[in-house]
Design a binder for this molecule. Structure first.
Ligand code: TRP
Ligand code: SF4
Length: 404
């Protein structure tokens, strides 16, 4: 229902690509695990987005989605605090996407850098589709429907959040003028409680009559810190302060995820398409074997040849996994040929295996018990829908679609 919103919301999604690897873990998941304790988080499996490029063969989507959900749980995403769900099970995303499509100029979508880039890169697929052009708009709907403060994403998704903000601005500009705005704003003020309502009106008058910025700030924080009012009322009251309309879909900010470069086993960036990954739940013996065989500085042909960690992908992993004494030991030992590459890899193998073992352990319960995963997702979908129904209700109303 129109729940009070005391914590800021965060939304993010991932396309279901199957089992995740350490690059995904250090790039995004670890960050989610931290955010879930600071914000009200909505994390979802973007299966419709997977279809925009993979529509010819949808046979793997279901399996990949479940595998990915298990990886999230294994990585420490906690369904007790964060809401985990599947995009296609929250159909309100699709309705908002449709409605937003009415006001989105084609040029905005054609200019998103990923549009042409991806078409170039995935030449073997026909991506001259309506769905693929609309990819960023579907993402905008995914985001705006939760009215979040932040969207944690990597650099590659910043352009998508930017278009999300533009679409929100346009929407608010077009439809943010409710007919009975003043009445609703007054009613919203009353729901602050009589003392706060009086303060709010007083601050508002001081700002509107005398341009008192301090009064404006005070009124704003009064509204923002009130945990009892709905998101819609909060936006109304903020809009009413400046005499503008309501902000039905607030513009979210990017929360840029610092993505450490995780090198793959061949030295290139770790990526599924290079087949150089270490899976989040990979068998420890396999991990050990593959790390032992991992590419090193080519200058160290013999044990006695000194090397340069900067030219070695193993060093890239030390930067993520090793403490400072170990890193100093690597620098020194490598440059003087004091240690061999296998010596160098030993502490790294220990750390990676320890990390992976913890995730395997956590995943086991879910693998043994697929019902558990399904239950978490069912519950997440329901929780997500409580929020999305509310937003859509207001969107429909603003667009004149609430007649019966
Ligand atoms: N496009 C994102 C990616 O490829 C996935 C995504 C879909 C997403 N909808 C989203 C991310 C909404 C953040 C918010 O990684
Ligand atoms: Fe790389 Fe370590 Fe070998 Fe140096 S000693 S080349 S850093 S694996």
């Amino acid at each position: 229902m129109a729940g009070p919103q005391s914590t800021k919301r965060v939304v993010s999604g991932m396309r279901p690509t199957g089992a995740l690897h350490l690059g995904n873990f250090h790039g995004a998941l670890k960050n989610w695990v931290e955010l879930q304790y600071q914000y009200e988080c909505y994390f979802f499996i973007a299966d419709w987005h997977a279809l925009t490029t993979g529509y010819e063969d949808p046979s793997k989507i279901a399996g990949h989605s479940i595998e990915m959900a298990i990886d999230w749980l294994a990585a420490g995403v906690n369904p007790g605090v964060a809401t985990l769900f599947v995009q296609s099970r929250v159909p309100e995303h699709a309705e908002l996407h449709l409605l937003l499509s009415m006001i989105t100029p084609l040029g905005w979508l054609e200019r998103v850098p990923t549009y042409k880039d991806q078409q170039e890169q995935l030449k073997d697929q026909d991506l001259a589709t309506y769905g693929f052009l609309g990819y960023p708009l579907l993402q905008s709907a995914d985001i705006l429907i939760y009215r979040p403060a932040f969207v944690p994403v990597g650099e590659d998704q910043v352009a998508h959040v930017e278009i999300t903000r533009e679409v929100a601005r346009r929407f608010n500009h077009l439809y943010g003028r409710e007919l009975d705005f003043e009445l609703k704003a007054e009613k919203a003020a009353r729901s602050l409680g009589s003392r706060n309502a009086a303060l709010y009106r007083d601050h508002r008058r001081r700002y509107q009559e005398a341009g008192d910025r301090e009064a404006l700030e005070k009124a704003r924080s009064l509204v923002q810190n009130n945990a009892r009012i709905t998101v819609a009322d909060r936006e109304r009251l903020l809009g009413y302060l400046e005499g503008t309309g309501v902000t039905i879909l607030p513009e979210p900010d990017v929360l840029l995820t610092a993505t450490p470069k995780v090198p793959g086993l061949d030295g290139r960036k770790m990526s599924k398409s290079y087949n150089n990954t270490i899976g989040l739940r990979e068998d420890p013996d396999v991990v050990t074997k593959r790390l032992k065989a991992m590419q090193t500085d080519p200058a160290r042909k013999r044990r006695s040849d000194p090397g340069d960690p900067e030219k070695c992908p193993v060093w890239g992993l030390h930067k993520i996994y090793s403490d400072e004494p170990t890193r100093n030991w690597v620098q020194q030992g490598c440059r003087t040929a004091g240690i061999g590459c296998l010596d160098c890899k030993k502490p790294l193998i220990d750390s990676v295996v320890a990390e992976i073992s913890a995730m395997r352990k956590r995943a086991q319960e879910y693998q043994d018990n697929p019902e558990l995963v399904r239950g978490i997702i069912n519950e997440g979908c329901e929780k997500a829908r409580e929020v999305t129904r509310q937003t859509l209700h207001e969107v429909r109303e603003a667009m004149g679609l609430s007649y019966r």
